[in-house]
Design a protein around this ligand. Sequence first.
Ligand code: PGA
Length: 273
Amino acid sequence: MQAWVIGNWKQNPATSRDVDALLNDLVTALETQVPADTALSKNRCKLMIAPSCIHLAAVSTRLKDSSVLCAAQNISEHSASTGAYTGDCSAQQVADSGATWTLLGHSERRQYHKESHHSLVKKLSHALAQNLGVVLCIGETQTQYDDKQTLEVIDTQLSVIKDLLAQQPELVSSLSEQLIIAYEPVWAIGTGKVPTVEEVSKTHEHIKQTVAEFTKTTEGTTVLYGGSVNMANADAFAADPMIDGALVGGASLKAESFLAIANAFNQANTELV
Ligand code: PGA
């Protein structure tokens, strides 16, 4: 299975100068610190960075000659055309910036921007229409976890895919290469608290089964874990075959920790090959 490690920079870093410094660290480490014959250089684990919208073009340009992909963190639900949507960034504008993927449905967007099921179906459709891959983020809150509602919550969140296909069955072929699911329990994001690997593994198994029931092209969909992944716990997550990689927030803001997490998934994958 192809592993993925994706850095979600959120509203970081503060300045374009800091963005340059972080990218330089990352690219230099990839070019010089990885010996030519290691698994990382053979690109077993794909890397992707999701900077904030204002930095998308600069990051895409800087990463153009590297193996690292660039993603947006969101796109406008009003992406069908240009127009009077102040503050929005369309799927077309994101694609034009050089990004090839977008995150969608991150819990911070669901929480602070009231992102709804209906708007996510629209965003998915717009992203795929512009040939952008989608990293669809799902996950339960602490209360839902305590009430043992995790699977119910994620089934509802995953049903955006089913609803999209009901509206636009022609998109079915796009989904095999252009959909990644990121399971991120809200209570684990930025808190240092993580579920056990066994819990994540079981939930991932459920996610894989659920999306496989939607259509043939979503069989074998990549499912990443996100929420307080760091250098110390990455090995344990990487060792579980149900966990295909990580969506990393805080630890993606330093090249050293981001690449250490990527290496954990490389090592695990290499052993499986
Ligand atoms: P975290 O964030 O790694 O800082 O917990 C993950 C995310 O929100 O994608």
